[in-house]
Design a protein around this ligand. Sequence first.
Ligand code: RIB
Ligand code: CA
Length: 327
Amino acid sequence: MNRSKVLLDCDPGIDDALAILLACASPEIDLVGVTTVGGNSLVETETRNALAVLALAGRADVPVAQGCARGLIKDLTPATDTHGLGGLGYATLPPPRAEPLAQHAVDFLIEIILAQPGEITLVATGPLTNVALAVRKAPRVVGAVKRCIVMGGAFRHEGNMPPRGEYNVWCDPHAAHIVFHAGLPLTLVPLDVTYRCLFREQHVQRLASRISPHSPLADFPSPLLTFIADATRFYIEYHRAAQNIEGCAINDALTMALVFAPDLVTTQALYVDVELGDGPGHAGTYADFWKLTGKPPNMHVALEVDVERFMHLFVERMAGLAARTMM
Ligand code: RIB
Ligand code: CA
């Protein structure tokens, strides 16, 4: 099997944690490092969360480097309503034994990508501050990275940050602008597809029965299962209260799945830009669907997704990881 070497830049965050778990659960992925960026929580909290989730998955060996605490221009706006004060909803994890690297995330990203030209797939599921600074500090990263898969943007979806932004881009639209126009081999995974991938209570039940068909649901036999149940319960409550949606959008897990199952989505090559002004369109992402700008496409945008196949894949991979970590 050809394994993909993956660097994950993230802001864990509940769905970022699920993306980390999916990377650890997937034999197609060699997770070579995780970097954190201020977003859903304070970057220090996110770094601790990344270390703890990796330990939960039995991958405390994966190096974690802490990155920027806030956007290039904008202040940090943590999404505590969405992910909880600790960033992982109702879930609690043992304090990680591992420490983050002393190296800054931006330097870590540059070092790993330049050391293995054409080998590294960069998955970004938080604000793009670290990625933007990496391509500015070392432009050779653009030609050296194999693929760059970014969770962000909203096109025909109304957005999740006022007035119509998507959180990762909204937190740092200036960084998104740099990344969108750097010439990276970019696939963008917007809310248009991620908000169709809703993880529900029924998926928790299915996971529990896949793990231990005979034990009562109340005795979750697996710390991983307990984590997923407790983290997503908070996330589901948020989506119901704030957006009247039954289930929680596991945006970042879908993004990670595209590393090894790109055919889960249908993409279109498009010219995409981001609004940097402070008007009603602030931080909005706009695609030249009708080829009116005369500008060449700068990315592939995922516009359709095979929801059933992804949700089945995610539950199966979590069941497999839970079984392995119960031993
Ligand atoms: O808009 C959704 C994105 O913002 C997800 O990556 C979520 O974790 C938050 O970072
Ligand atoms: Ca995220």
